[in-house]
Structures are given as C-alpha cells and as structure tokens.
Design a protein around this ligand. Structure first.
Ligand code: GDP
Ligand code: MG
Length: 441
C-alpha cells in the first residue's frame, strides 16, 4: 500500500491546497486499505464519506502535501471513532460488580475471563469467576485451570450434580460473591460456532437473572467481514455495553474493530493479544488505527514532518526560493541536513513544499554520502559556499584534499548544486508546473 500511496503523493506533491481531486485520489487509496483490512463495505463507505467531508473543510497545511493531509485526517478520524467514548468498567455501587461475557464459541471468552481476573486483581479488586458455560464437557474445567493460573476462585456447579442450569449457577454465584465479599464477578457463558437462537436465549436468561453492570461482547479480530453480522446479532439479542477484541496477536489487520464499533456504537474496551494471561491490555485506539491503516511509516513521517517543518521554517524557505540567486551551498547543505533530521532519506524526499525541487539531485544520496557531502561543503571557504561560481579547478583540488574525497566527487557535488539552484530559479519564476517559466529546461 505504501508504494501506491507514494505514487499518489508524487503526483499531488506540488499542489498548494486540498482540491476535490486531491481528496478523491487519496480517498480511493484509503478505501482499498480499509477493505484490505477487512472492514465491512458499508462501514468503509460511511467512513470515507465522513473523511471527505472533513477534508473539504480542512485548512491547508504548510508541512504536508495534500495526500498526506488526507491520510492525517483519516488517521485522526479512525482514532476518534475507535476511541471516541472509551470508558472503564462500570463498577456497581453495591458490590459485587457483575460482568458478563458473550460471544461465539472460540472467540476467546474463557481465556479472557482469566485475563480479566488477573488484571482486576492487579487493580486491587477481589474478583471471582463463574462457569456458566455448561454446554461443552470441558468448559468448566478450562475455566478452573484459568482461574487457578490467575489466582482467582471459580464458582462452578458441584461435581457430580449432573448438567446444571447455567442460569441457576449464575444466580447462585452472585449470592456466593456477596457472602465471600468478592468485589467483581466475571461470568463466562457458552457460545455456538454460529449464531443460534437457543444460545442467544440462554445468554438473555443469564443476563436477566444477574442484571450485569456490563455485558462484554468478545470477538475474534480474525473474523473480518463476518464481525458485522455477529456483532449485530448479539446487539439485537443479548445486547452489550462494550467490546473485547481477541487474537490481535494474529496477522489480521483488525478491520473488525472499526466495523463493530461503527455498527453497534459500543466502545472497544480491551484487547487480547495471546494465549497467556498477561497478553491483555486496555484498548489503544491509536495503535488500532495504525494497524487498520497499515501506514505506520507514512504516519510517522507525517508526525515528524509537522514537528520539524514548522511554519517559520517554511516561510524562511519560500523566501529563499523566491530569490533563486541567493540559494547557496550553505542552503543546500542545510536542506539536506533537514531532510536527514526527518529520517531515512529515501522515504522523505519531496515531502515538504519546495523540497521536491531538489529531490532528483539528492534522491540517490544515502546517509554515508550525505556525510561526505557535508564534509566537502565544510571544507569550502565561506566565500565559496555563497558564491559557488568561483570554485575553479585548483579550489576543487584543495577542497577534495581537505575533505578526503576525490576531485570527481567534488565535481559531482558542484554539478548537483548548480542543477538544484537552477530549479530554485525556475520555482521563483512562477508557480511550479506552470509553462513558460524563465530558464526552463
Ligand atoms: P471461548 O470458546 O470463547 O471460551 O474461547 P476460548 O477462551 O476457549 O479460546 C478459544 C481458543 O483461542 C483457545 O485455544 C485459546 O487459547 C485461544 N485464544 C483466546 N484468546 C486468544 C488470543 O488473544 N490470542 C491467541 N493467539 N489465541 C487466543
Ligand atoms: Mg469458553
């Protein structure tokens, strides 16, 4: 994707403001990125519409080109949607607080119960787990193992009491928690591989019996497009207050997060990132946004560019550009150092207004070359730097010796510089890209 976006960037680079065409071009790429991340199509459509709306009203940035600006808006919007209303668990005024887990079989509910218990304990709570999944033979035992690992008691039907009633177990667990003064009860429930009326009714019955303070919908981040249907069914059925995304350690890009958030309006509260109890954290919208967009490098660049290239510098630069004659080797060096400050050279060239003009001269330069170029320029006298025309053969020999490079390298630098200076003059002569500029070639 980064490659595709780079193409968009280069075609938009020199434009000064966010036009409809700029926005549309970038929006198309974002659309593909979201679909690749398995965000559901209707969600993508709504999201893109929202982004376009915001982009149209956006002020033009000095530091970013239009495509980058759109990406920035997309990222901000993603973070806002994913995290807009992050909230903590709702703690009951009269303990125990009751948390009920719901979701398909295999979503990660039982594992999550252990993780939650461990985490809650660290938060100073005294949790208890409840085995209200009596569907699968090993479900109770699985929860007991998890509870033991977390160091948290598990309430389960007495062994040998036959197949218990999950609603009854859940109800009795609350009484037990009150007696034993547990501050929080986490109820693990049964799921089916697909949505199923009987399973949903059981969840509803448990809910009605225990009146949970929070129902958490547990969803596997790998399910992709299907997350929408599942989330909708649970929303319409048992209903839920928050979402937990599991299996984020997999390679799924996590479009399910955006889909579920968008479709249900419920906040994503926790993230599960592995099979071990400690693979768990509160949900971080910014990380998720980055993962869905999969433009980590570009987002980093945007951040850095904004930090480094403040308005003052932009003004100083454009003043320089406006009087092409003044562009000296000193400026050339300064420019290159500024680009270096931003990060790996290849990624950054041309990202700032005006910088694109010297891109071709320095695009082949890697970091080591940059050091040599800096050394060459520093071996020049101030007069040579400000009036490079005077750098004749004997001066070149002296500079080469002083900086420990060959005369050929000095020659090549001087040539590059004159090319860059020529472009600066062209820029000063008119709007970039306009025909009829003086000195055009
Ligand atoms: P439940 O049916 O909803 O109770 O799901 P389980 O908690 O039994 O989890 C189903 C499977 O997924 C088990 O093998 C878990 O070890 C695994 N699992 C659960 N959460 C995660 C996670 O965050 N990452 C990974 N890699 N595996 C997980
Ligand atoms: Mg389970």
């Amino acid at each position: 994707l980064s490659d595709r976006l780079t193409t968009v960037f280069s075609s938009l680079r020199t434009k000064g403001r966010l036009s409809e065409a700029d926005i549309n071009a970038t929006a198309r790429e974002i659309r593909v990125a979201l679909l690749e991340a398995d965000v559901a199509l209707p969600v993508v459509k709504d999201f893109i519409a929202r982004v376009k709306e915001r982009a149209r009203g956006a002020e033009v940035s000095q530091a970013l080109n239009p495509a980058q600006q759109v990406v920035k808006i997309v990222n901000e919007e993603l973070i806002e949607i994913l995290g807009g209303e992050t909230r903590e668990l709702r703690l009951a005024k009269n303990p125990p607080t009751v948390i009920m887990l719901a979701g398909l079989q295999g979503a990660g509910k039982t594992t999550l119960a252990g993780k939650l218990a461990r985490w809650l304990k660290q938060e100073g709570q005294t949790p208890m787990l409840v085995a209200a999944d009596l569907q699968r033979p090993n479900a109770v035992q699985q929860l007991q193992v998890v509870g033991e690992r977390a160091g948290v008691p598990v309430f389960a039907p007495e062994p040998g009491s036959g197949v218990g009633d999950p609603v009854d177990v859940a109800r009795r667990s609350i009484e037990q928690a009150r007696r034993a003064q547990h501050s929080i009860v986490v109820i693990d429930t049964a799921g089916r591989l697909g949505i199923d009326a009987e399973m949903m009714q059981q969840a509803i019955d448990i809910r009605d019996a225990v009146q949970p303070d929070d129902v958490l919908f547990v969803v596997d981040a790998m399910v992709g497009q299907d997350a929408v249907n599942t989330a909708q069914a649970f929303m319409d059925g048992v209903g839920f207050d928050g979402v937990v995304l599991t299996k984020l350690d997999g390679d799924a890009r996590g479009g399910a997060a955006l889909s579920v958030r968008h479709i249900t309006g419920r906040p994503i509260m926790f993230a599960s990132t592995g099979e071990k109890l400690e693979d768990f954290s509160v949900f971080h919208p910014d990380r998720m946004a980055g993962r869905i967009l999969d433009m980590g490098d570009i987002l980093t660049l945007i951040e850095q560019a904004e930090r480094t290239f403040d308005e003052e510098q932009a003004e100083k630069m454009s003043a320089k550009f406006a009087s092409g004659e003044d562009f000296t080797l000193e400026d050339f060096l300064e420019q290159m150092m500024m680009i270096r400050k931003l990060g790996p050279i290849g990624n950054l060239l041309g990202m700032m207004p005006g910088m694109g003009q010297v891109r071709d001269q320095i695009s082949q330069i890697d970091d080591r070359d940059l050091d040599r170029i800096a050394a060459i320029i520093r071996s020049m006298t101030p007069q040579e730097r400000s009036q490079p025309k005077i750098i004749n053969g004997s001066r070149r020999a002296r500079i080469a010796k002083g900086s420990g490079v060959t005369v050929g390298e000095v020659n090549s630098l001087v040539t590059r510089f004159f090319d860059a200076q020529k472009m600066m003059r062209q820029m000063a002569g008119g709007i970039p890209g306009m025909p009829g500029m003086p000195g055009g070639g």
